[in-house]
Write a protein of this length. Structure first.
Length: 94
């Protein structure tokens, strides 16, 4: 993933935009979400984490510790970056 500038107090701001959001939607298939998370699809995952993460706009903004705790509680992963990498590997065949 792109570098993650720290905003302060544990918040990160990752450059995003339409291509970034489209890529997340591509790699987080319904099959992946059902296999590795407590959610049917990525839309439900985003909805459930909307209090912690800004899922729209030119940046993805989130508190790393809070979001990673959500990841631990609702997926088979220990952090967001691990989940993204696994989804990309499965989608693009690493």
């Amino acid at each position: 993933m792109a570098s993650k500038p720290v905003l302060g107090e544990g918040y990160l701001r990752v450059p995003a935009g339409p291509e970034f959001w489209d890529l997340l939607n591509l790699i987080f298939t319904d099959e992946f979400m059902q296999k590795y998370t407590n959610f049917e699809n990525f839309e439900y995952f985003r909805y459930s984490s909307a209090v912690m993460v800004n899922w729209t706009g030119p940046y993805m903004v989130y508190n790393e510790d809070v979001f990673n705790n959500f990841i631990v509680e609702s997926t088979q992963f220990t952090k967001w970056d691990e989940m993204v990498m696994k989804a990309a590997d499965e989608k693009f065949g690493k």
